[in-house]
Design a protein around this ligand. Structure first.
Ligand code: FBP
Length: 552
């Protein structure tokens, strides 16, 4: 870490995150609930996870229990995209282990799951932990997107656990990484090794949630950071009165980030991928409806506006989704031949020959830069959508449509001057809000108790988060109860089901009830920068999404 720290960092280092009441006591016990099952695909999942399927939900309560009190050796790894609060998970984990037994040791595996496979780690001492308390980023031990999946990778992890004498490994990651934690937990248990594998729900995307996991960490801070920027742009738009801002927001699949920003800032247009998919809306129809609002605002003398578009939009548009699925199957079968081709023109030709007729024409209708990105997959089989400039595609299509209308003597009042923005990486390493700082520290503290209880194949959680921390309840959710079967790299695979925006849920309904008004009026709200000191209403409030979901 840099030897120079900012004044804010200095004061934040002294911030003591809040913990659920039961975790503040010296005596923590485990309360087991009923055994669990995933909502669908039970037979396939039971077959894939015979040793960890059906485990009970766990709550951490105050009381005398049988948690291990001897010195423990635990490893921790950060997996996937950065999310604000990761360092606090590690700090909470460390503090809980030391509180239970000061001789405990915490190892940080370096650069993601690859570090666990290769056995690359550092011992995380009190000095290192103190430097990173309440800071953003994953720079303490870095992250990576490797997947622990091949038999030799699983065996290498087991060997490293045995060499280090690890009682537990805590994997801080999103849906894919927690799925990976379940696979590793099953393998380790089946092979007679006693290392517990526990996950922590991380992702700014906000799509790893269910009844027990109320939110993934990092969503709060990232959405607040983007909302501050969008609010600033809205103010600029109202001041300059000449630009339409097309703003794409990170979030690989689900539109939670975009919806939360819309609830915070009240833009003129906000696209929600899940709605577009459910209603079967085409790209042309999306463009038409954007143009409609632009024309109406121009007629009211407003040549400016704010449009939010979720990163994952393209994958939710019917024929583009089908084309991407076909591409995934082709890549699974023919990746080597495709990679051997020199340039994008040859690749496009090769792909066009393999796609169905309609998908081929959809693929060829997209700009070459987007075509190229659609041929990439990460280690979990995902398209790297953060590199697809959907906001520019929309801007160009809208501009072209306005031109056509104007050539027909319509939309004459419109003076369309668009600007594009992408907010993604700007928010992933922001200093965690109080909410994320407290939540993450609690998740880490809870993960330590799950390891002390010898539990494996769990994700740590905290419930009741719209209430004060006295009412928070920490515990663990068995990963197998969150799984479902999906096609990955061309074959059915158990993965944690992504929580998409619920169109019957309160956050979307609030947005849908207000968007017509927001389209034409300037109903912008300016949230300003995240505040760390000051009135609780300003510093500690949960996201609008969580507040609406919980009726708070
Ligand atoms: P995780 O699912 O690993 O938390 O990552 C989320 C994310 O921030 C997505 O929103 C985005 O599409 C992706 O990571 C970008 O990936 P990369 O960091 O590899 O560019």
């Amino acid at each position: 870490m840099s030897s120079q720290i900012s004044a804010l960092q200095k004061h934040r280092a002294a911030y003591q995150p809040k913990l659920p009441k039961a975790l503040r006591t010296g005596t923590i016990a485990v309360q087991l609930g009923a055994s669990t099952a995933p909502p669908t695909d039970q037979d396939e999942i039971r077959k894939a996870f015979p040793n960890t399927y059906g485990q009970p939900e766990v709550k951490l309560v105050e009381g005398k229990g049988s948690l291990k009190s001897g010195a423990l050796k635990v490893g921790v790894v950060l997996s996937g995209g950065q999310a604000p609060g990761g360092h606090n998970v590690i700090a909470g984990l460390y503090d809980a282990l030391i509180a239970a037994n000061p001789a405990s040791v915490l190892y940080g595996f370096l650069k993601g799951p690859g570090g666990v496979i290769k056995g690359k780690y550092v011992e995380l001492t009190a000095g290192i932990i103190d430097e990173y308390r309440n800071t953003g980023g994953f720079s303490m031990i870095m992250s990576g997107r490797d997947k622990i999946e091949k038999p030799e990778e699983l065996a290498a992890c087991k060997k490293n656990f045995e060499t280090l004498g690890l009682d537990g490994l805590v994997i801080i990651g999103g849906d894919d990484s927690n799925t990976n934690a379940a696979v590793l937990a099953e393998y380790i248990k089946a092979s007679g090794c006693t290392t517990s594998v526990v996950g922590v729900p991380k992702t700014i995307d906000g799509d790893m949630k269910n009844e027990q996991i109320e939110a993934s960490f990092g969503f709060d801070t990232a959405a607040r950071t983007y909302s501050e920027l969008i609010g600033n742009i809205a103010r600029d738009a109202q001041s300059a009165v000449k630009y339409w801002h097309f703003i794409r927001l990170m979030g690989r699949a689900a539109s939670h980030v975009t919806l939360e920003c819309a609830l915070q800032v009240q833009p003129n247009i906000c696209l929600i991928s899940e709605e577009i998919q459910q209603k079967g809306i085409s790209l042309d129809q999306i463009v038409d409806s954007i143009v409609d609002t632009i024309v109406k605002r121009a007629e009211a003398g407003k040549q400016y506006g704010i449009l939010l578009v979720p990163e994952g939009l393209l994958e939710f548009i019917g024929d583009i989704k089908v084309m991407i699925e076909e591409l995934s199957n082709i890549l699974a079968a023919d990746e080597a031949s495709l990679k051997s081709l020199g340039d994008q023109t040859d690749r496009s030709k090769f792909i066009t020959g393999k796609l169905s007729g309609h998908s081929a024409s959809v693929y060829n209708s997209l700009p070459a830069a987007i075509q190229a990105v659609l041929l990439e997959r990460d280690s979990h089989g995902n398209v790297p959508l953060s590199q697809v400039e959907t906001e520019r595609l929309l801007m160009d299509l809208v501009a072209a449509k306005i031109k056509v209308l104007q050539s027909q003597g319509k939309a004459e009042k419109v003076k369309f001057a668009p600007l594009s923005h992408f907010f993604g990486y700007e928010g992933r390493c922001a200093a965690p809000s109080n909410f994320d700082a407290d939540y993450c520290y609690s998740l880490g503290y809870a993960a330590a108790q799950l390891v002390r209880a010898g539990l494996t194949g769990y994700t740590s959680n905290v419930e009741n988060m719209t209430k004060s921390s006295d009412a928070w309840i920490a515990g663990g959710t068995p990963v197998t109860m969150m799984l479902n079967m999906e096609q990955r790299k061309g074959k059915p695979t158990p993965v944690i089901k992504k929580a998409l925006v619920d169109l019957d849920g309160a956050p979307f309904k609030f947005f849908a009830a207000n968007r017509a008004k927001w389209a034409l009026e300037d109903a912008y709200v300016f949230p300003g920068a995240i505040q760390y000191f000051g009135p609780s209403e300003v510093c500690d409030a949960p996201t609008k999404t969580l507040a609406l979901e919980k009726g708070a």
